[in-house]
Write a protein that binds this ligand. Sequence first.
Ligand code: F6R
Length: 366
Amino acid sequence: EKGGYDHFMLKEIYEQPRAILDTYRGRLRADQGIIKMAGIDEHLEKFMNANRIIIVACGTSWHAGLVAEYIFEDLARVPVEVEYASEFRYRNPVITNKDVLIAISQSGETADTLAAIKLAKEKGAFVFGVCNVVGSSIARETDAGAYTHAGPEIGVASTKAFTTQITVLTLIALKLAKEKGEFSESKFHEFLTELETIPAKVEKALESNPLVEIISDVYKDATNCLYLGRGYNFPVALEGALKLKEISYIHAEGYPAAEMKHGPIALIDDQMPVFVIATKKGHYEKVVSNIQEIKSRKGKIIAIVTEGDEQVTELADHVIEVPETLESLSPLLTTIPLQLLSYHIAVMRGCNVDQPRNLAKSVTVE
Ligand code: F6R
């Protein structure tokens, strides 16, 4: 049932090219220049007239929501707020019938997310679900939705759910961008065709696996790690840190690279591995100077870079290449080596990768 893999997590990491394809198959029609999604098509005016979109989720799904915030604001020019479901529901939030709430949940059973949905519905918001499990409580409780079609995710650490959630949310953002006239036909077409190259590019990113395994061996005994990114890749840094924490029990923190100088840089010494997402299109020069700041304090730099990179490659202790893509689609690629890294480190430390201590696959308690 693990398809020849040692763990479900590794199997699910490797399923991502296929899972992403399954997620946009039938929806993305690049040749016709359209995106078809019943849940959006039937409620288009709700999205078009929305004052803002509120995204609620927990854990990894919340990180997918943060990536979506960048995509929705950048492409569709809709204001977005991303909230932990648990904080949203208990803070007497201001919600009106001009708000659209998107709830993201792999399992569709997360108690806090479900409660946030009920609250938003009571206050008159239109509630849209992005779930993986068909027929789940959240899928039933929402006014409309879109499934991720990732297939069953068994490993407790979420991997393919994350990338397929980002895929669905990207499709929605692109659709709204087009409807709102934010995109020319040619720009829209460029995005659709680039999205169709993503499964093959994820496949390519997975080829870093042997190198990631070697790097994992170097850092497996670390007690603390930092993950840094900017813009679209800031949430990827948060997600990289969460993956490492939950399955290898190493303390890790994700930070926006520019925030280093406001505190965390004090932690840097020659014992501190710093994983930096430094792809070409995401504020590259700024990230390069952040890397220099860390280097001069003797931190160890492991950078995720674009194929053919030279500048960061000169500075970093290790680099892992991913294929080039549009900045807004880059999280789908940069997250892959970070998933592999946490997997290998956890295996090397003898941890129970698929069933980490204290964690459950769906959190139905508040
Ligand atoms: C992390 C992880 C959790 C879940 C969170 C939300 O790998 O699995 O952080 O992402 O519990 O779960 P869902 O998406 O089922 O609502």
